[in-house]
Design a binder for this molecule. Structure first.
Ligand SMILES: Cc1cc2nc3c(=O)[nH]c(=O)nc-3n(C[C@H](O)[C@H](O)[C@H](O)COP(=O)(O)OP(=O)(O)OC[C@H]3O[C@@H](n4cnc5c(N)ncnc54)[C@H](O)[C@@H]3O)c2cc1C
Length: 338
């Protein structure tokens, strides 16, 4: 399907892309989002909808899914469309326009803002082949609704933020909780690590460092436990559990975007302080970008989205200023100038 020409096509409907869509509407240009996932919200919707976020401005504490709802309402107020379940796989230039292609559609655009986050992402699987048949029926690598696991004996594998955050959040719901990591070095927030270690010291949960999954135990096709192995002594022992949650991070893939001649560093797009990629008319913002001092945070993505869109607007329409003015003065929102 050939869609109409718009000013800016935003690749990715995570927090950065949603804020970029809002900003494009506020600047009075036509825009759209295209996202590979079936829902807006990027990592917040796909990876941690039920987790609280504490470090976005204006919200002392907000559930990721509620934050996405507010972002979406703000982004879609100008009636710009969002195309879901469509992965951008191609880019061509024709008559001074960009044509972005998915398997189903063509999206002509004057400029592009890439807000593709960590690209198309999938959870990293346990390396042990014995675990693979249990995925989806006892082993789950994503937690949608944590209530699903209330009253269960839960075993989490991993040493990063996701493993520790879920250990923290599932502790009061679980019948028993065990966290297993193959070393004693954790890549999680120090405060969460301290809380989990305190819970383990108090006997409220199990914590096994230098251990890894060795085998899966079952009765009549139901997962009933796992065998853990000490990575140093090779001694094994069984831990009864109903649910195993491997939280081993994500494998991300920039896919087609990696072949557009953009400057990449470790699968991230190098941008300057104007969020320019080096290819005129193509800007990037959010987790997909890198520059000295880059922070992969929602808060940084918002600032970068505003910069990218304002620069794109000026690039398409040089008579329009880069600086947007203050929303509190805008007639668009029913306000009058100071
Ligand atoms: C468990 C966890 C907890 C976190 N907690 C916090 C926190 O408390 N505070 C904080 O600030 N940050 C937190 N983060 C990080 C935060 O989620 C990211 O910084 C943020 O999501 C980045 O937003 P983004 O829009 O740049 O990218 P993403 O959220 O990754 O969204 C990118 C979107 O682009 C789409 N996409 C990619 N490639 C294509 C393509 N080719 N075609 C179409 N669509 C494409 C993807 O499907 C995705 O929807 C956390 C992350 C995780 C995993």
């Amino acid at each position: 399907m050939q869609h109409p020409l718009v000013d800016i096509t935003i690749i990715g409907g995570g927090p950065t892309g949603l804020f970029a869509l809002f900003y494009a509407g506020m600047r009075g240009v036509q825009a759209r989002i295209v996202d590979a996932l079936p829902q807006l919200g990027g990592q917040l919707t796909a990876l941690y909808p039920e987790k609280y976020i504490f470090d976005v401005g204006g919200f002392p504490k907000v559930l990721a899914k509620d934050f996405v709802r507010a972002l979406t309402e703000q982004a879609l107020q100008f009636k710009a469309p969002a195309f879901l379940n469509e992965t951008i796989i191609g880019l061509e230039r024709e008559d001074g326009q960009f044509i972005l292609r998915t398997e189903q559609s063509q999206f002509p655009s004057r400029a592009i803002v890439i807000a593709a986050g960590i690209g198309a992402f999938t959870p990293r699987r346990l390396p042990q082949a014995v675990a693979h048949p249990w995925y989806g029926r006892g082993i789950f690598d994503a937690v949608g609704d944590p209530e699903m696991f209330r009253g269960k004996r839960i075993l989490i594998i991993g040493g990063g933020d996701t493993a520790f955050d879920w250990a923290h959040q599932l502790l009061d719901r679980a019948a028993t909780l065990t966290l297993v990591h193959r070393s004693d070095r954790f890549r999680a927030h120090a405060a969460t690590v301290a809380e989990v270690q305190r819970a383990a010291a108090d006997g409220r949960m199990g914590l096994h460092v230098f251990h890894e999954l060795h085998d899966v135990l079952s009765v009549d096709g139901l997962l009933t436990g796992v065998v853990l192995r000490d990575t140093k002594t090779k001694v094994t022992f069984a831990v009864p559990c109903d649910v195993v949650l491997p939280m081993l991070g994500y494998v991300s893939d920039l896919g087609a975007l990696a072949h557009w001649g953009l400057t990449l560093e470790k699968e991230e797009i190098v941008v300057n302080s104007c969020m320019e990629t080096g290819q005129p008319g193509i800007y990037a913002a959010g987790d997909v970008t890198t520059y000295p001092g880059k922070l992969k945070l929602i808060a940084s993505g918002f600032g970068e989205a505003a910069t990218a869109v304002n620069q794109a607007v000026h690039w398409i329409y040089p008579e329009k200023k880069v600086a947007p003015g203050h929303s509190s003065n805008m007639a668009l929102f029913g306000q009058s100038p100071d």
